[in-house]
Structure formats: C-alpha cells, structure tokens
Design a protein around this ligand. Structure first.
Ligand code: TXA
Ligand code: MG
Length: 331
C-alpha cells in the first residue's frame, strides 16, 4: 500500500465507538475488534456478502473456514450441536481463547462461505469486554479471522491493523494491546473424539486436566484436514464440474458469471450478473448446491455436469477459482 492510502479510523471503545461498530456490522461492513488473543477482522457471519468482504480484505488465495464469535453458550448452541464433552469445554473455558468445532445446525443462519461449505462450524465466546460489547450491540454472530493481510503477522494492537488495511475496513476499535498475543486453541469435538486442530492460548495440559486425557493430534484423528487450509470434507458438488466453458452441452447446468452467459437449455445460476467478484464469492456455495439439486431433480440419464464460465483470476477470483478447481479435480 502506498503512504497516501487512507487508513481506517481508530476509535475508542466507549459507547459511541461500540455503537458505530455495531451499525457498520449491521450494514455488512467490516470492523476490526480487539479480542484477548489477537485483533479480529469482524463481519456479520449471517451475511454472505460481509463474509466475502473479509476474504477480499485479507487477500486470502483460498476460502478457509472462519471462527464465529458469539455472546454465550446459549447463542453457540443455536449454531452448533453440543455433546456433553463440548459443553464441558465451553463451561470451563468460555468466555476465553478456546474455539470448538462442532456439527453445524441446518438452521444456524451462518453464511456457508463462513464455514467454506463445511458441515461443521468453529465457535468461540471471547472474553475481551469490547468484543463482547460489539457482539451484543450488533445482535448477530461475528465471523472474525485475525485482522492481518494473508501471510502477515497477527495483529496485537490497533496500529498493527491500521498498517495492513485501507477503506475496506470501516473502523478499528482500539482496545489496547491484546492480552495473549496468540490465537485461540482450536479443538474439534466429534464422534466422541477431541482433536487438537490448532495449538493456542489454552494449553493442551489445561484441556487434558479437564477431560482426563490429552486431545488427539490432528494426524491421528479419523476426520481431519488433509493439509493446512484444505479439508477433505469441503463441499464439492455431486455433479462433475467442467471449467472455462464457452458453450453449454445438452443436459448440463450452467454456473454463470457476468452479463452475457452462453445459451443453456438446463438450470442456470448466475454468481453475479454484473461481474462483481465479492457477490460471486458470496453466492458460490449456494450456487453449486442449487445446481446440484436441480440436476438431481431433473433425473436425466448419464453423468451430471455443471459447466462453469471463466472467472477472472484477480481479487477474490483467485479464491473462487481455487474452490472450483478442487470441485473439478478427479474424485
Ligand atoms: O484467536 C482467534 O481465534 C482469532 C481471534 C480474532 O478470535 N481468530 C482466528 O480466526 O484466528 P482464523 O479464521 O484466523 O482461524 C480459524 C482457524 C483456522 O485454523 C481454521 O482452519 C480453523 O479455525 N477452523 C475454522 N472452522 C473450522 C472447521 N469448520 N473445521 C476445522 N477447522 C476450522
Ligand atoms: Mg490468522
């Protein structure tokens, strides 16, 4: 960024600052908030466009699932399915720097982009007073990765955040230096297992003391990420995917982009008729699911295929294409 880029305003965490932040969040804008771990780049987790803006602002080349921040256990239970072990962890460590990954409820209201199409969701109740006040005032769950550009260090002060962003962030709430300076510990609770996905501010020893045994390492877990940022269970359509198409073959569905899609005899979903990559990212998972469903319902013989128009590789296009290429890879 050049020295003349306008930086987001840094505002105090008083009532006026919280109200301004909540107002921005409700409008789908992004707010950097202090938490006890690191500063987070928060957006309305129920608004797919807001979530797409988070990925766009961070410049991530792929859609990683984000942590959803909520006010309390009751709010978390409306989004994820808690078993006895998950509840025990939440009661012991919330509010605080532990994130639990749980099966996501069908009616969770969380945008699919926030979980990158996974049927699980990462939840955390932060302890920082400002983060709590912001969640309460916004009256919605907040998706918030660390507030840094992709590949840069996690920010522990408002000035760190300001150094990385411009007008794509509405404001930065200045809550002073983050207490831990290290991200939350991420554990997945499923099938009775407890799996450590990311070491962090809550120690493995503290978890072991509570549960009676240490969490499994991710490489020993039955279901696990195949590599950092890649998940075996990421949503991929049932249908085959054909990329960079110029014409649609009989029986195919069309995932379109832009104002001039080619003729299609079957189902069409346009990710963004105006060619807006943020809108396209917001619609991506919903679009793949809808076309999959329509192809299944049409009950035709032979292989089902989604034909996908070319998506430009700049901005969020890189992350969209990353997801589409995985969906198109042989399975
Ligand atoms: O301390 C923190 O947790 C900070 C502050 C802002 O709260 N947030 C943060 O978020 O570090 P993020 O998005 O940078 O980290 C998300 C982590 C990643 O390691 C991701 O792979 C994992 O959580 N994760 C999120 N959803 C998941 C899911 N459904 N399954 C498995 N892992 C998931
Ligand atoms: Mg990070």
């Amino acid at each position: 960024m050049s020295g003349t880029t306008p930086r987001p305003p840094i505002v105090p965490t008083d009532a006026a600052g919280i109200a301004a932040g909540a107002c921005a969040l409700r409008e789908g804008a992004l707010v950097a908030m202090p938490t006890e771990t690191v500063y987070g780049l928060a957006g309305d987790a129920t608004n797919a466009t807001a979530v797409a803006r988070i990925f766009s602002a961070k410049g991530r080349p792929s859609f990683n699932p984000l942590i959803v921040h909520v006010a309390d256990i009751a709010a978390a239970e409306r989004i994820g399915v808690f078993d006895a072990q998950a509840l025990k962890l939440a009661q012991a460590f919330w509010p605080g720097p532990l994130t639990v990954v749980l099966r996501r409820r069908a009616q969770s209201g969380i945008a699919e982009l926030a979980t990158a199409g996974l049927d699980t969701v990462a939840l955390r109740v932060p302890s920082h007073a400002t983060a709590r006040a912001l969640i309460a005032a916004a009256e919605r769950p907040l998706a918030a990765p660390s507030a840094n550009k992709s590949g840069r260090l996690s920010p522990t002060t408002a000035a760190d955040v300001a150094a990385d962003f411009g007008p794509e962030v509405a404001l930065i709430l200045d809550g002073g230096a983050a207490q831990h300076g290290l991200e939350s510990t991420v554990v997945e609770v499923s099938l009775g297992n407890l799996v450590l996905l990311r070491p962090g501010a809550v120690t493995v020893e503290a978890i072991a003391e509570l549960i009676g045994r240490p969490p499994l390492r991710a490489e020993h877990a039955p279901v696990r990420p195949s590599a950092p940022g890649q998940f075996l269970s990421h949503y991929a359509p049932d249908a085959a995917v054909r990329l960079d198409i110029h014409e649609v073959r009989p029986g195919e569905a069309l995932l379109a982009f832009g104002p001039t899609p080619p003729y299609a005899g079957g189902p069409v979903f346009n990710l963004s008729p105006t060619g807006d990559l943020v809108e396209a990212a917001a619609q991506l998972f919903a679009g793949m699911r809808e076309l999959d469903k329509k192809l299944r319902a049409s009950g035709g013989v032979g292989p089902r295929t989604i034909a996908v128009m070319t998506i430009p590789e700049h901005g969020l296009g890189a992350a969209i294409n990353d997801r589409l290429r995985r969906a198109a890879a042989p399975r």
